[in-house]
Design a protein around this ligand. Structure first.
Ligand code: SF4
Length: 332
């Protein structure tokens, strides 16, 4: 029997942000001035997420993890590389496959208020898309919205209310119900609980875990909160300046990080409130993604830097069963 392909697979995916030069800049460029700088937010990332798996994606702000999440969710187009969903490469999708893939992968955003239309009632926010996409008959819409509201822990009697009439935690539940309305199989959660109070965070995290059980969902969970990642994910991928530097089972990486960057991130971090564990402040500044350092991008901050690190970028290599890391220390 052929093995089932990963739910989502990325191969050498990149995302470059450029800015179109304005009129004056075009003249300056024609006179020999340099082009506006480009940002390589994601640079040659290969990553696979299996069906039903919860993969965590962590790294400091500006490392490209949100951009990568948006590529997976179809919010950003990639600049290069391959993207496969259920074994089918994006370039080969038929119109119907593209539509289904885009519905199957939904995104939950950090700030539910800005992702919900303030002029729409909850019944419309949740109920419109499944009717438009033919997943629910118009006559069944009200029942479908009520069932979704109940599933995410909201009272269906509030379906006629507007987003501003709810608390932050309730708004995030509305965002989750809206995503579930199109019957997705894969959720990209980008800092999905970061804006919530700690006690509400725990409730929403439990909801994510229940939904995973009940609906067999796959997750890409992007968070700067290491407690959330440790609690919720099976595997974790660490990103630094647009590249993946380490991937492995969450429990193993938290018990024994291999890459010096992961080690620095996981060093005993200050705890905020009850049990929240956020990144330890790393020594040295994160270099600008406009001009990443040559060789290993972490070499300007790494305590183990060697001459080779400044010249040659380390490849991701297997360092143990199910674990890969990109560091010249593994070459020895
Ligand atoms: Fe540090 Fe060199 Fe490893 Fe980079 S490759 S993490 S600079 S030891």
């Amino acid at each position: 029997m052929t093995p089932r392909p990963p739910h989502v697979a990325l191969e050498r995916v990149s995302k470059v942000f450029t800015r179109k030069p304005d009129f004056a800049e075009r003249i300056a460029i024609s006179l020999g001035w340099p082009e506006p700088p480009i940002v390589r937010a994601v640079d040659g990332v290969s990553l696979a997420v299996d069906h039903g798996e919860a993969l965590g994606l962590v790294g400091e702000s500006g490392c490209g993890k949100s951009t990568l999440g948006r590529i997976v969710a179809g919010v950003h187009a990639k600049s290069g590389g391959r993207f496969e969903f259920e074994g089918r490469e994006e370039a080969d999708w038929s119109t119907a496959e593209a539509k289904r893939a885009r519905l199957d992968i939904q995104m939950i955003f950090q700030d539910p208020m800005s992702s919900l239309n303030p002029r729409k009632r909850i019944a419309d926010i949740i109920g419109e898309a499944p009717v438009v996409h033919g997943l629910v008959q118009a006559r069944d819409r009200e029942d479908a919205v009520a069932a979704l509201m109940r599933e995410v822990g909201l009272d269906p009697d509030y379906a006629r209310r507007f987003p501003h009439q709810f608390s932050g935690g309730q708004r995030q539940r509305i965002g989750i119900a809206r995503a579930l309305a199109v019957q997705p199989k894969f959720l990209v959660c980008d800092e999905a609980v970061a804006a919530l109070d700690v006690s509400i965070q725990a409730q929403v995290l439990n909801l994510f875990m229940d939904l995973r059980e009940r609906r067999g969902l796959t997750y890409l969970f992007i968070s700067h909160d290491l407690g959330v990642i440790e609690h919720l994910t099976d595997r974790v991928a660490i990103m630094y300046l647009g590249r993946i530097v380490e991937v492995g089972p969450t429990r193993e990486i938290f018990a024994g990080p291999a890459h010096p960057y992961t080690q620095a991130l996981l060093e005993e971090a200050p705890r905020i409130g009850r049990g929240r564990r956020v990144y330890a402040p790393l020594k040295g500044e994160l270099p600008s993604p406009l001009a990443p350092p040559p060789g290993c991008r972490f070499h300007t901050r790494c305590p183990y830097v060697m001459p080779v690190c400044k010249i040659e970028a380390p490849e991701l290599k297997q360092i143990a069963a199910g674990r890969i890391a990109a560091c010249h220390l593994n070459d020895k």
